[in-house]
Structure formats: C-alpha cells, structure tokens
Design a protein around this ligand. Structure first.
Ligand SMILES: Cc1cc2nc3c(=O)[nH]c(=O)nc-3n(C[C@H](O)[C@H](O)[C@H](O)COP(=O)(O)OP(=O)(O)OC[C@H]3O[C@@H](n4cnc5c(N)ncnc54)[C@H](O)[C@@H]3O)c2cc1C
Length: 386
C-alpha cells in the first residue's frame, strides 16, 4: 500500500530500505549485546542524507517531512529499533529549535545537525516528573549575559553520546508558564552524565542520567521567550508521535515477516507450520493490525506535514502512536509463538524485537497519557461520532 506516496517519499523509503538491509541488519544483534552506540549506523544515515528529513531546506535539511521520516524509520525498525531510534532522535532533538528557536538559533544548530556533524538529545523527564511534565524541578536563573542551570534529567535517549541537549528548566514559579528551554552544549562546565541505564531493550542507544550543576550557558542559548517552552515541548512531542508509531509498525512487520519465513520451513505433524490453521490465524491477525497501523501512522505523519499538530489535532497523533506501539507488542509476541522455543532464543531476532517493543508504549507519553488526550477530545466533543 503506497498511501499517496510521492516519488520523493518512495525514494527516501527505498534509500532507507537499502541502508536497513546493508548497514543495519548485520549490526542489530551485536549492538543489542554490546550496548555500544553504533557510530557506523549514524554515519550511514549521514552519508545518504537521512538525518535532516525533518529539517527545512533553508536550514540545511531536505525538508522531506514527517511522512518521509516515518517511512524511513519503518524500514529501519524492521531490523533494529535502536537504529530506528537514532533516526527519530534526529527530529526529537531538532524540533524544539525548529519550532521554538530564533532565526539565528536555527542557523547555528540545524544545518550541522542535518549534516550529522553534531547530534542532540531531548531532556525533559526528571526523577519526579515523567508523565506530569509541568512538575519539572530543574531551575534556571539569569546572571548577566548567561543563565545558570541546575537540574537532573533521567532516561535521556542518546544523552551520553550527544554534542548538545535541549534542556527544559523553570524560570520562576508560574507553573507551565515558567518552563523554558535551553540548548546546552555537552562540554559546558557543570554538565555531567553520572550514569547510563541498564535496561530491557533498545540497548544500542544509551539512556542517560544527566545532571546540570551551576551549569552556565549564554542567554543566546535560551529557545524563544522566557516561560514559553512548555508549548514547544508539547508540540515537539506531538510532531514526533507518528514517528514513534512508525518504530512499532516496522518492528511488527519485521517480526512477522521473519516468523512467516520460519513457518514455511518448519514442519510439525508432517506438514509446514504455515499449513496449520492456528498459525494462519496469527499471521492474518498480524497483517490486519499492521495494515490498520500503517494507515494511522501515515495519516498522522501527513497531518504533521500539513502543520496540523496543535491541540485539536493531537488526538489523531495519539491514536496512531498508541495503536501502532501496542500492536507491535502483540505482533512480536505472536511471532515468538510461531517459532515456539526457537522464538525464545537469542539465535533469532524475535526476543529482541519483543523487548524493544516494550519501550514504545512508555516513551514520549505513555499509552495511558495518550488515552487521556483522546478521551478528553471525545468528552469535549472534538471527536464526535454522531
Ligand atoms: C528507554 C527510555 C528512553 C527514554 N527517553 C527519553 C528521552 O530521550 N527524553 C526524555 O525526556 N524522556 C525519556 N524517557 C522518559 C519517558 O518519556 C517517561 O518514562 C514517560 O514519559 C513516563 O514517565 P515516568 O516513567 O516517570 O512514568 P510516571 O509518570 O511515573 O507514570 C507511571 C505510570 O502511571 C501512569 N500514569 C501517570 N499519570 C497518569 C494519569 N494521570 N492517568 C493515568 N495513568 C497515569 C503512566 O502511564 C505509567 O503507566 C525515556 C524512557 C525510557 C524507558
């Protein structure tokens, strides 16, 4: 199903498919074992221009947009979700600048990000503020031409391999109106990464604890006006939701395709697994869910490309993210089931896909938070089925 893909979209999808097969697939199991960030995969994306898909042309990107990014992420995620996350982070770390930065800030940070010369991370979550973003406790105070920032962030994807982070901190006490954002170079005095996490999946991209202690950055690094960054954070997350959905979509496709190949070969009771109806039902259920998810994800990404990612459009972005990510858990679980004991073994990629899928319903707004957004729109009549 091509879902009205332009020739440019197809080209990007095919480029990502080639990179996925040639560069990502051979490395996926190894990075899951070692936990080492795959610089070679990042370089492969850079070499074919995949790091600037969400960045406008005037700032050095290709301006291809979020449907293009979702297509690329889907292809990569068929083989490796850590590598898919690297591509997603190219948008998550630059969107706050793209959406909330000044012309000068865009020129300073976006072209080098698109070219893969530098990379960023998105620092929102804190020990006492995950779903409840407004509860963040990091503080920034003005001191002459600088800001001095203190705070701790947790679970930051790629935080230990970033050249800069988008760091959200409060100036004053005015609730969400106090939230500001700063571009903080990771070599700033007072910036530290005390630890990276031991975790269940998506092991190729480190998840880091980041502490800023009396960290001094130039006032020129504050994104937008004082206290306006809550909106920037929310819009950034909205625009990236279809891309998280694409991580789930590709993961499910890769998992069930692998299981189908196996089921053609493996025989029980004198015939291949694919000839048993119970296996066929699992295959068909996977296809039904994948096709539904693909339409939701592509549609949501197209909404973002059309500039529809404000509050009134958010429920549709949440629906795509929730369905595609939850679907990836179900389908990767069934894929394991189709292989039987072999599915449980590390000789096959399915247990890795299953562990990786488990991350997707938690990050960038849990499934519960997405449902709050969707239900609120229903209750307020913005989604009306009459
Ligand atoms: C591998 C990984 C990578 C991550 N990368 C990043 C990153 O790069 N940058 C970043 O800023 N953060 C990152 N995160 C953090 C992630 O965004 C948060 O974990 C997520 O927002 C949930 O916050 P929490 O873990 O504090 O859960 P909590 O907010 O403590 O929630 C716990 C549980 O309660 C539920 N819950 C909470 N409030 C409600 C409510 N009002 N109604 C119903 N249920 C509710 C949640 O859905 C969840 O099930 C990452 C997390 C992981 C696991």
């Amino acid at each position: 199903m091509d879902y009205e893909l332009s020739d440019a979209h197809k080209l990007i999808r095919d480029t990502a498919r080639r990179v996925a097969r040639e560069k990502v697939a051979p490395r996926a199991a190894e990075m899951d074992e070692s936990g080492e960030y795959p610089e070679d995969v990042f370089a492969a994306y850079r070499d074919v221009g995949l790091l600037g898909l969400s960045i406008p042309e005037e700032y050095g990107g290709s301006g291809a947009g979020f449907l293009a990014l979702a297509l690329a992420v889907e292809e990569i995620a068929k083989y490796c979700n850590s590598s898919a996350l690297i591509l997603l982070l190219s948008a998550l770390s630059t969107q706050p600048i793209n959406l909330g930065g000044s012309e000068e800030q865009k020129r300073q940070w976006l072209p080098r990000s698109a070219a893969g010369e530098i990379r960023g991370a998105f620092c929102l979550t804190e020990p006492n503020a995950g779903s409840d973003v407004a509860a963040i406790e990091s503080r920034a105070r003005r001191d002459g031409d600088d800001y001095v920032i203190d705070g701790e962030k947790v679970y930051i994807s790629g935080g230990s391999v970033a050249d800069y982070v988008i760091f959200f901190a409060k100036i004053g006490d005015n609730g969400t109106r106090a939230v500001s954002a700063f571009v903080v170079p990771t070599d700033s005095p007072g910036y530290s990464v005390p630890r990276t996490d031991r975790k269940m999946g998506v092991i190729g991209v480190p998840t880091a604890n980041i502490v800023l202690q009396e960290c001094r950055v130039s006032a020129a690094n504050r994104l937008g006006e004082d206290g306006r960054a809550f909106r920037t954070a929310m819009l950034t997350l909205n625009t990236c939701r279809p891309v998280v959905g694409a991580r789930g979509l590709g993961l499910a496709e890769g998992a069930i395709a692998y299981a189908l190949d196996y089921a053609r070969e493996r025989k029980t009771f004198g015939k291949p697994l694919v000839d048993h109806q119970a296996i066929q039902m699992m295959l068909a259920d996977a296809a039904i869910q994948i096709e539904a998810a693909r339409r939701l994800v592509y549609h949501a990404a197209s909404l973002v490309d059309a500039g529809k990612y404000e509050r009134q459009d958010a429920p549709y972005l949440s629906i795509a993210k929730t369905f595609a990510t939850e679907m990836s858990i179900r389908v990767s679980s069934d894929a394991i089931q189709i292989l039987g004991a072999q599915g449980y073994m590390k000789d096959h990629p399915l247990e890795r896909h299953y562990r990786d899928a488990r991350q997707l319903t938690i990050v960038e707004g849990t499934s519960q938070i997405q449902r709050l957004v969707i239900a609120r729109a229903m209750i307020q009549g913005e989604i009306n089925y009459w």
